[in-house]
Design a protein around this ligand. Structure first.
Ligand code: GYE
Ligand code: ZN
Length: 326
C-alpha cells in the first residue's frame, strides 16, 4: 500500500487523490504500511502448454520476490478479466498485471485503474487503448517477428521450387495480439514468393482440440495441403493427430511450422513430426516482479520490454531438449 501511494504521488494529476488516500479515505488498505507489494494478476486461462508454464513462472517468481499475488484465471473470457481487474482495484492492490485475452475493449477498466492510482503492467500481450498512459510497461515477445521467422523458414524450405505450395494456417484466438501479429509477420515473409499460397486460415483458439478440429476440416476440404503454420504448439499437436488420423505422416506428407517451443512442441520437432519451431518464452515471472518493484519504488521502467526468442530445427531441438525449462 505504501509503495502504491508513492507511485501515485509521482504520477502527475493524481496528487490530490493521493493526499486523500494518505488521510485514509482511499481504497481499503491491504496490510497498509507493511511494505509488501500486492499484485492483482489476471491470466487468460489455461489454453496451452505455454500458458501453464507462464502461470507457474508468475506464481513462483511472486513467492520468490515476496510479492503477495492475487491470481485470477479468466477461462478465456474478456468479461471475466474485466471483473477480476475491477475486483483487484476494489481491494486496493498496489499493482495490476494482466495478459489480455484480446487487444481491444479495455478502455473503461484501464481508466478505472488509472483513476485509482494503480499502475498497470501488461504481460505477454498488448492492448489497443485510447486512454493516455494506461499502463506503465508492456513485457512480452515480438509476435510480428515470430511470425516473420516462421515465414522465412518456409521461404527457404521451398526456395527454388516453382510448383505451388499449399499452406494452411491455424490461427490463435481471434482478436488476440499474438494471433494478429503472427499473421502479419508470416504474411509479410511469404508475400514475395508467388508459389507460396495460403489456401485456408482459421482460428483453433490456441488449443489442441481446436487445432485438431480445424485441421480435420481442412484435410477434408483440401486433399493437397503441403504445410501447416500453427500459431502455437498445441494447435500444431492437434494437427499432428488429425493428419495421422487421415492416414498421412506429419512432418513428411504435410510439414508443420509452429510457435512457442514448449517441451511438447520440442519433442514433436525432435521426433520429426514438426519441422521448425519459433520460440516464445513464457518465463516472464521474474521480469514482471522486477518491473513491479521498480514502478512502486518510483524508479523509471521501459515502456516496452521485449523478451528475446530463438528458433529450432529438428537437430537443434534434439540438442536443446535435455536442458529445456518449459
Ligand atoms: O503463444 C499461446 C498462448 O500469448 C504468447 O498464448 C501467448 C500465446 C502463446 O495460448 O500458446
Ligand atoms: Zn503486438
Amino acid at each position: 500500500m505504501r509503495k502504491r501511494a508513492l507511485f501515485a504521488a509521482l504520477s502527475l494529476g493524481v496528487a490530490i487523490a493521493t493526499a486523500l488516500a494518505a488521510c485514509g479515505s482511499g481504497p481499503a488498505p491491504d496490510g497498509a504500511g507493511d511494505g509488501t507489494i500486492t499484485m492483482g494478476f489476471s491470466q487468460v486461462g489455461a489454453e496451452s502448454g505455454w500458458r501453464t508454464a507462464n502461470t507457474k513462472s508468475v506464481q513462483e517468481a511472486a513467492s520468490a520476490a515476496g510479492v503477495d499475488l492475487k491470481f485470477s484465471d479468466a477461462n478465456g473470457k474478456q468479461e471475466n478479466q474485466i471483473s477480476a481487474l475491477r475486483s483487484f482495484i476494489q481491494q486496493g492492490v498496489d499493482v495490476l498485471a494482466f495478459s489480455p485475452v484480446v487487444r481491444t475493449g479495455w478502455d473503461a477498466v484501464l481508466l478505472e485503474a488509472k483513476n485509482a492510482g494503480i499502475p498497470v503492467i501488461l504481460t505477454d500481450r498488448a492492448v489497443d487503448t485510447t486512454v493516455p498512459d494506461a499502463y506503465v510497461s508492456f513485457l512480452g515477445a515480438d509476435f510480428v517477428d515470430e511470425g516473420r521467422r516462421a515465414g522465412q523458414w518456409v521461404v527457404e524450405e521451398y526456395a527454388g521450387q516453382a510448383e505451388p505450395v499449399n499452406i494452411v494456417i491455424l490461427e490463435g484466438t481471434t482478436g488476440a495480439d499474438p494471433a494478429i501479429d503472427r499473421n502479419t509477420g508470416f504474411e509479410e515473409a511469404i508475400s514475395a514468393s508467388p508459389n507460396l499460397n495460403v489456401i485456408a486460415s482459421q482460428t483453433g483458439d490456441f488449443t489442441r482440440s481446436g487445432g485438431k478440429q480445424v485441421m480435420e476440416a481442412f484435410l477434408k476440404a483440401h486433399p493437397d495441403i503441403d504445410l501447416v503454420f500453427a500459431q502455437n504448439d498445441d494447435m500444431g499437436l492437434g494437427a499432428v493427430e488429425a493428419i495421422q488420423a487421415a492416414g498421412k505422416t506429419p512432418g513428411q506428407d504435410i510439414k508443420i511450422v509452429a510457435v512457442d517451443a514448449t517441451s511438447d512442441g520440442m519433442r514433436a520437432l525432435a521426433d520429426g513430426k514438426f519441422n521448425f519451431l519459433v520460440e516464445c518464452n513464457p518465463l516472464l515471472g521474474p521480469q514482471l516482479m522486477d518491473l513491479a518493484e521498480k514502478v512502486l519504488a518510483g524508479e523509471p521502467v521501459p515502456a516496452r520490454v521485449v523478451v528475446p526468442d530463438e528458433t529450432f530445427t529438428t537437430q537443434q531441438a534434439i540438442e536443446a531438449l535435455p536442458n529445456r525449462q518449459y
